[in-house]
Design a protein around this ligand. Structure first.
Ligand SMILES: [Zn+2]
Length: 98
């Protein structure tokens, strides 16, 4: 059985709302400017504009919100890593780019 105890207290309706907000923010000038350089926030690599995804620094499932200071452009590789790694492994992965 998976351990979903960290989901306690997080409202699914809230997550849906924040996801919708993120989608709206993707269409703004603010996001265009943020992705204009084509640089991944985590690894710093330059990637094609279309390969940048929008990532929540604090994931919605952990109570993060779709606010401008919680949203960063991120390459697909980092995005996949962030999803598949444990938080501690993700920290180690990030250290490689410091
Ligand atoms: Zn990256």
């Amino acid at each position: 059985m998976n351990d979903y105890s960290w989901l306690d207290g997080i409202d699914e309706a809230q997550i849906k709302r924040e996801r919708a907000k993120a989608r709206q923010l993707r269409r703004t000038r603010w996001w265009q400017q943020k992705t204009a350089a084509g640089t991944c926030y985590y690894c710093g690599q330059r990637v094609a504009h279309r390969d940048l995804t929008m990532d929540h620094l604090v994931p919605l499932t952990r109570g993060g919100r779709s606010t401008k200071d919680n949203l960063v452009p991120c390459c697909k590789e980092c995005n996949n890593k962030k999803k598949s790694l444990l938080p501690i492994e993700w920290e180690d992965y990030l250290k490689r780019f410091l």
